[in-house]
Design a protein around this ligand. Structure first.
Ligand SMILES: *Cc1c(COP(=O)(O)O)cnc(C)c1O
Length: 402
C-alpha cells in the first residue's frame, strides 16, 4: 500500500506517525482518514471524468461527521439512505437541493423529514409513492421524486449485486411505466431515474456496459414519464483493490463512455444531468484501522497476535461483510514498516468468536505486544459497518487527519 509514507519505520497518515496518532486518539484502536488522500481522489475523478458528470458521495460508506463535512464542500451532492444520514448531510452544510435519499424501507417519518427538507426522494415502491402523495397533500409541499429502477440486467463481476433479478431495491424495470403513471396522477414532481447495479467492481468494461445499459433503460422509461428527466443517477460501485491480484480500476474507458453518454443525452434525454454516487472509491483507500498487539501466543505451531480490536470495529477485514471466501485485507505491523517480514502469524481480535480474525497466516514483521497492527483500505465500510456493541469493548476513535 504505497499511498502512505513511512518515517523512521513508522507509517505516516495525514503527516503524523501511527504512535503520534495513537497519542492524539488517547490510545488504540482507531481509524484515521487522510484528508490529502481524499482530496487527491476527488482531483483524480474531476480531472479524468467529463466535467459535466456530477459526483455525489454516498454517506453510507463512511458517515464520520468531519469526513462528510469535508467531502460535502467538494462534491456536487450527497446521497443518504436513512433519516440519520439525511440529518448528517444537512448538518454537513449540503444544500437540500443537492441531497438524494434512497433506501428500500423508508419510514413515514423519514419520508416526512425528506419532503420537509426538500430533498430528492428515490422512490422504491408503490407504497412510498402513495405516502409521499399523502404527505404532500397534507403539508402543501410538492415531493421531488426520482424512480429507483431495479434494472433488467446484472452488473458483471460485482462484489455485491444491488440490481438485476429479484431484489428489494427499487422497482422492477418492467413495472416502472405503471408507477410513472401513478406518480403523474398523484402530482408528485418527477425528476428522473436512479439505477445502481452493484458495488466493488474493478472491471472498467463491466462498469461501462452497466452504465450504457442503464442509460438505454432510462431513455426507454422516460417515454412513460410526465416530465423530462432532469437527473439520471448511474449509481456507485467503483471498486478499490483489496487482495493480491486485484488490479486498480481503469477510469479512462469509463470516462470515454460517460462522454459519449453525455453527448447522446443532449438529444435523447435533453436537459438531463448524469450523476455518479460513489462511496467506497472516494474514501476507501484514504483510511486505516490501527489496533495494538495485546498478546502473542502460540497454539499447535501457529503464532497468534491478539489485538485490542477486531471484527467489532472492522467487520469487513474479518471477511464477514459480503466475502464468500475469506481473504486477508492488506495488513502490516505499522511501527515496523522497515523490518523484514519473517513471521507467519494470525492476527486476531479480542472477541470470543473464531470469526474475529484480521489476518490469517500472513507474513509480517516480527511483532510483539505493544506493536501496532495497521489494516489498509479501511476508509469505507469500516467502523460504520461493524457490530461495535458485540462483546462490550470500547468503540474505536475516528479521526480525519492532515
Ligand atoms: C451503497 C450505495 C452506494 C455506494 O456504493 P459504493 O459501492 O460504495 O460506491 C451508492 N448508492 C446507493 C443507493 C447505495 O446503496
Amino acid at each position: 500500500m504505497d499511498q502512505f509514507a513511512v518515517r523512521d519505520g513508522e507509517l505516516v497518515v495525514g503527516g503524523l506517525s501511527l504512535s503520534e496518532l495513537a497519542a492524539h486518539a488517547g490510545g488504540t484502536p482507531f481509524f484515521a482518514y487522510d484528508r490529502a488522500l481524499l482530496d487527491a481522489r476527488m482531483r483524480e475523478l474531476r480531472e479524468t471524468l467529463p466535467a459535466r458528470i456530477e459526483l455525489h458521495y454516498a454517506i453510507k460508506a463512511n458517515p464520520h461527521p468531519e469526513l462528510v463535512r469535508h467531502l460535502a464542500a467538494r462534491v456536487d451532492g450527497l446521497d443518504v439512505a436513512s433519516g440519520g444520514e439525511l440529518a448528517l448531510a444537512l448538518q454537513a452544510g449540503c444544500s437540500a437541493a443537492a441531497i438524494s435519499f434512497a433506501g428500500p424501507g423508508k419510514s413515514r417519518d423519514e419520508l416526512e423529514a425528506a419532503v420537509a427538507a426538500g430533498v430528492l426522494l428515490n422512490i422504491e415502491s408503490h407504497r412510498e409513492a402513495r405516502e409521499l402523495a399523502d404527505i404532500a397533500a397534507r403539508g402543501g409541499r410538492a415531493a421531488r421524486v426520482a424512480v429507483r429502477v431495479n434494472p433488467d440486467f446484472e452488473l458483471k463481476s460485482s462484489g455485491m449485486r444491488m440490481g438485476g433479478g429479484a431484489k428489494p431495491f427499487g422497482v422492477d424495470a418492467e413495472a416502472v411505466p405503471a408507477l410513472l403513471g401513478e406518480i403523474n396522477r398523484m402530482g408528485l414532481a418527477f425528476e428522473g431515474f436512479h439505477i445502481f447495479a452493484g458495488s466493488q467492481n474493478l472491471r472498467a468494461d463491466a462498469i461501462v456496459e452497466a452504465q450504457r445499459l442503464s442509460f438505454e433503460l432510462a431513455v426507454r422509461l422516460a417515454e412513460h414519464a410526465s416530465a423530462p428527466v432532469r437527473v439520471l443517477n448511474l449509481g456507485g460501485g467503483f471498486g478499490i483493490p483489496y487482495f493480491p491480484g486485484d488490479s486498480r480500476l481503469d477510469l479512462a474507458p469509463i470516462a470515454d463512455n460517460l462522454a459519449t453518454l453525455l453527448d447522446e443525452a443532449d438529444t435523447r434525454l435533453p436537459g438531463a444531468s448524469l450523476a455518479l454516487e460513489l462511496g467506497r472509491y472516494l474514501v476507501g483507500e484514504a483510511g486505516v484501522y490501527v489496533c495494538r498487539v495485546v498478546d502473542r501466543k502460540e497454539s499447535r505451531g501457529q503464532v497468534f497476535l491478539v489485538c485490542d480490536g477486531g471484527l467489532n470495529h472492522h467487520l469487513a477485514a474479518s471477511g464477514n461483510f459480503g466475502q464468500v471466501i475469506r481473504k486477508n485485507f492488506p495488513v502490516a505491523i505499522g511501527n515496523r514498516m522497515d523490518a523484514p517480514r519473517t513471521l507467519v502469524a494470525n492476527v486476531v481480535g479480542p472477541l470470543c468468536t473464531p470469526l474475529d480474525v484480521l489476518a490469517e497466516r500472513m507474513t509480517l514483521a516480527d511483532a510483539q505486544p505493544g506493536d501496532l497492527v495497521v489494516v489498509f483500505q479501511s476508509g469505507a465500510y469500516g467502523a460504520t459497518a461493524s457490530p461495535q456493541a458485540f462483546l462490550g469493548h470500547p468503540a474505536p476513535v475516528e479521526m480525519l487527519v492532515g
